[in-house]
Design a protein around this ligand. Structure first.
Ligand SMILES: NC(=O)c1ccc[n+]([C@@H]2O[C@H](COP(=O)([O-])OP(=O)(O)OC[C@H]3O[C@@H](n4cnc5c(N)ncnc54)[C@H](O)[C@@H]3O)[C@@H](O)[C@H]2O)c1
Length: 254
């Protein structure tokens, strides 16, 4: 059963919401009455998510942009304000996960991963935070990972560095933004069934290992991550600040 929360009147911006976890988050926030700006670097998927929300009576706008581009991020926040006049919720979800051994990883891959997974959260939080400070309230949720601070994954040095950094950024941002009535938290998914994990899911050996290692013996669904994000975005989480909460079937505790 899903939790029932009321976000009517609120405006949310979800990055990387064309597919996977971001799409589930955008849809769930819209279900609960939020108007949602659906960002993705892929214009077709951003449009499709926004159309799906609008098609079931919600209200969404697509905004294709690369979140590591400061000018594009600032223009995106201005577009949200032009359309709806406010911004209450930011979900920094866009991410990339290149796989390479440390000795073979290119500097370009390393830098791109840090830019998209970490620098973009700074850029979006800064642009949205300025608006939320004026409003005297707001919520930011960063989608980190169990990688980087709880569970090292093979061949993921850049990814782990970016996600570990994102958890640190979350706490620093939470402390500073709390002064303005803005709550900041992170959600750390385990292995979730999305296009990002498609390769892994087609590898029977890897799947058997993950199933054995995860206490619930299954991967997670994007909707299971979205449910926690929704809760953190709502007033029901009004005293939760600066936390990094795992949604991982228990993986990070073993
Ligand atoms: N799937 C998992 O198992 C898992 C586990 C832990 C954390 N995460 C994190 O959750 C988030 C969502 O992951 P997912 O599994 O849905 O991945 P996904 O690859 O299915 O979706 C990511 C989305 O981000 C978009 N994107 C990529 N670069 C972008 C950019 N520069 N600007 C804007 N959009 C961009 C992509 O186009 C895509 O739509 C990521 O931050 C990921 O690191 C995923």
């Amino acid at each position: 059963m899903k939790i029932q929360l009321d976000l009517s009147g609120q405006v949310a911006l979800v990055t990387g919401a064309g597919q996977g976890i971001g799409q589930a988050i955008a849809q769930r926030l819209a279900d609960c009455g939020a108007r949602v700006c659906v960002n993705d670097i892929n214009p077709a998927t951003a449009q499709a998510t926004a159309a799906a929300i609008n098609g079931v009576g919600g209200e969404a706008m697509a905004y294709p942009a690369a979140v590591e581009d400061r000018a594009a991020v600032e223009a995106m926040v201005q577009a949200v304000l032009a359309r709806w006049g406010r911004l209450d919720i930011l979900v920094n979800n866009a991410g990339v996960e290149p796989s390479a051994s440390l000795l073979e990883m290119t500097e370009a891959d390393w830098r791109h991963t840090l830019e998209v997974n970490l620098t973009a959260a700074f850029l979006c939080s800064q642009a949205a935070g300025r608006v939320m400070k004026q409003q005297g309230r707001g919520v930011v949720v960063n989608i980190a990972s169990i990688a980087g601070h709880a569970t090292p994954l093979p061949l993921r040095a850049a990814y782990a560095a970016s996600k570990g950094g994102l958890v640190g950024f979350t706490k620093e941002c939470a402390r500073e933004f709390a002064e303005y009535g803005i709550r900041v938290n992170a959600v750390c998914p385990g292995v979730i069934i999305t296009p990002m994990t498609e390769k892994l899911r087609h590898n029977p050996e890897m799947m058997a290992k993950w199933r054995a290692d995860i206490p619930l013996h299954r991967l997670g669904w994007p909707e299971e991550v979205a449910e926690l994000v929704l809760f953190l975005c709502s007033d029901s989480a009004s005293y939760i600040v600066g936390q990094a909460i795992h949604v991982d079937g228990g993986k990070s505790m073993v």
